[in-house]
Design a protein around this ligand. Sequence first.
Ligand code: SF4
Ligand code: SF4
Length: 205
Amino acid sequence: MNHEQFNDRNVVENGYFLVDIEDYPKDGWSKFKRVVQRTFKGELFVGLWVVLREMIKFDIHTVSYPAEKMPIGPRYRAVHEMKRLWESGTERCIGCGLCEKICISNCIRMDTRIDENSRKEVSEYSINLGRCIFCGYCAEVCPELAITHGGRYENASEQREHFILYEDMLTPIDQFKAGKQQEFEGFGAITPHEDERVKKTPLAY
Ligand code: SF4
Ligand code: SF4
């Protein structure tokens, strides 16, 4: 059959298509049989069996969020944290301002003052989480490993601008005393056995 014959098949001169109705079901029983034949194919039972097999395993792959949460990677960049010095428990931040300068979203605001002991201290510090893109530059540039990213990723707000303050980020002193402060394991963090490596070969890395 050539292409034209193929296109003209079953076409009569007045333009109507001829439908072959020879095997159309004539009565109700025939129609019912046709429906059953077309509905219940073997694949349907295969699919049902697969679902049943997975159900009776009771191997659940979902979590009931927010009651349950999936573990996140140690390098996940969520809401920031401020760390304390292990030795004294005082704040690590020296108010150098590098994090504020490097922030590409311009969302860090900080101020410092000289305290009564003529030492510089951070008087104000806030991050606008509505602008922050969690790039991690602030944590990377911090020379004291003072600002890091934590794992708290639930920071939804009704306001476009919502700020997190220094006091909210700083490790609470009771948690610090309980040894719950965790070091940042992301880029720029101290590596394990850093002391030995530095004392041995300063230029080894
Ligand atoms: S993570 Fe990036 S955008 Fe957010 S405060 Fe730090 S430097 Fe700025
Ligand atoms: S958090 Fe780090 S980079 Fe930012 S002001 Fe404090 S010491 Fe400097």
